[in-house]
Design a protein around this ligand. Structure first.
Ligand SMILES: Cc1ncc(COP(=O)(O)O)c(C=O)c1O
Length: 478
């Protein structure tokens, strides 16, 4: 049974008549088709001729594939490695000072991690940044910065990465799942029903390159006096209107693991403009200390806390060096990725009834993916199989998990027996599983995902367009 209500229901491709489509495919009525269809996120290209889709049957049905070899996307960051990253790494090697605080005593050796932190904070538009070892470490550090512990509840989307759930659990707090909507980000209309007197944080995850609806979420947080943690691991560099994601909530986190927009293999960062959140985060990630010079200087005011319990999640100088070079390239990578995405979108926008991912902000996404809506799992699976047969890779949404249905999460397994997350009355009463996120499961079943590699050639882009057009017309007709 379909759970989604209008207008979220799939619009049947047959609702646009053939005469209109023929007009559209010759470039005459693309704009009016777009206006009358539910297509979102696509840039109409009035007057631009759509490429002819290859005649003949789908490759899945024995026809000739669009490409002779499979088109796979590569991770963006490493494709931009050049002398800049090489120099940064060599510099650390030759200095024999890979520890972030070591270089502070060595004249002529500018410390890299603190400079990375200053540069990334400036890029993202926050007062503070602390570099850490991974995005997971950043989430754990950010929650420490917010003072989260046993008895607290954190709302997070049902479709996101394990680290989001794990970080809450590590602090002994209770993860509370909210549904996503057709943007694949947390559904703002599903947040308030989960708020209890124990709720402290809304963990907003900007998923798969598209910012969540902060215009709707921030007022909810304000109304209920909640903190907002923005997880930008999958959205590094994206903007929400005129601000970078991560700088709008109380605290933001990023991952620099290899599949993210910029990378040193592993790495992460926490940003904030709140001095207390920053001081708590710094102390947590650096064995309870606030070192001066270094973070003490960055804080820019007398510390409010004393040395306390912390762990070690510090970034090292190799990672920081590579990340400094990558931050300098971030906007170029984003521009390349957005360009590929825009070119494909513009030339599939006229397909009859095509419905794309809902965008919460018209521009500002990373451009890393295109999502095409289908009528359900069966059609989605067939679409994916048909794209692969054309030698253009496609899949269901990737890079995250439908967390409430993962067996150990559904079983509420803690880090050990009697873990505080599940021993409070709310923790005991909590039920996960498919029943807590039916809308999320249905939405996930329906989207076909295509990755946009920022270095795709013109031929690659044309092949994607040709394959989508051919498969869409072949698969959606039935
Ligand atoms: C949304 C999200 N948050 C956090 C993380 C954790 O990042 P890392 O793998 O660097 O620990 C990821 C990683 O994929 C992620 O996708």
């Amino acid at each position: 049974m379909a759970i989604l209500s209008e207008p979220e229901q799939h619009r049947d491709s047959r609702s646009i008549n053939r005469r209109k489509f023929l007009a559209a495919t010759t470039g005459l009525a693309a704009a009016s088709i777009l206006a009358s269809s539910n297509a979102t996120g696509a840039t109409p290209a009035p007057g631009v001729m759509s490429p002819p889709h290859p005649a003949g049957p789908l490759a899945l049905e024995g026809g000739t594939p669009v490409r002779s070899t499979m088109l796979h996307s590569k991770n963006p960051g490493p494709q931009y490695y050049d002398d800049e990253e090489r120099r940064e790494v060599l510099d650390v090697l030759e200095s024999r000072s890979p520890f972030r605080w070591d270089r502070f005593d060595k004249p002529g050796l500018p410390p890299k991690t603190i400079n990375f932190e200053k540069e990334f904070a400036a890029h993202q538009g926050t007062r503070y940044c602390v570099g850490v070892t991974s995005g997971t470490a950043a989430l754990i550090t950010a929650l420490a910065g917010l003072g989260i512990g046993p008895g607290d509840e954190v709302i997070l989307p049902a479709w996101t990465w394990y680290a989001c759930y794990d970080a809450i659990l590590v602090h002994g707090a209770l993860p509370v799942f909210a549904e996503i909507d057709r943007s694949m980000d947390i559904d703002p209309t599903d947040i308030e029903r989960h708020i209890t007197p124990n709720t402290k944080v809304i963990m907003v995850v900007h998923i798969q390159g598209e910012p969540a609806d902060l215009d709707a979420i921030m007022p909810i947080a304000k109304k209920h006096n909640l903190k907002v943690l923005e997880d930008c691991a999958q959205c590094v560099g994206a903007s929400h209107r005129d601000r970078r994601v991560g700088s709008i909530g109380d605290v933001g986190i990023y991952s620099f693991q290899e599949s993210k927009t910029i990378t040193a293999g592993e790495g992460g960062a926490v940003v904030s403009s709140d001095p207390l959140i920053f001081e708590r985060a710094v102390r947590f990630h650096d064995v309870g200390m606030l070192r001066n010079p270094g973070h003490g200087e960055m804080l820019g005011q007398p510390p409010r806390l004393k040395q306390t319990v912390g762990i070690n999640l510090r970034m090292n100088e190799f990672t920081a060096g590579v990340m400094r070079a990558q931050v300098r390239k971030l906007d170029r990578i984003l521009a390349d990725q957005r360009d590929k995405q825009a070119r494909v979108l513009a030339r599939i926008a006229d397909l009859p009834g095509i419905t794309l991912r809902k965008k919460n902000v018209p521009t500002g996404g990373t451009g890393s993916r295109i999502l095409i809506w289908t009528s359900g799992k069966e059609q989605c699976d067939r679409f994916i199989a048909a794209m692969k047969a054309e030698n253009v890779n496609a899949g269901h949404s990737g890079g995250s998990a439908l967390l409430p249905t993962v067996p150990h999460i559904e079983a509420k397994v803690g880090l050990e027996e009697g873990w505080p997350s599940f021993s409070t009355p709310a923790g005991k009463a909590m039920t996960y599983g498919a029943a807590c996120c039916p809308k999320t499961l249905e939405i996930w079943d329906r989207y076909v995902e295509l990755y946009m590699d920022p270095k795709y050639s013109d031929q690659d882009v044309n092949d994607i367009i040709a394959a989508v057009r051919k498969v869409y017309l072949g698969v959606m007709k039935g």
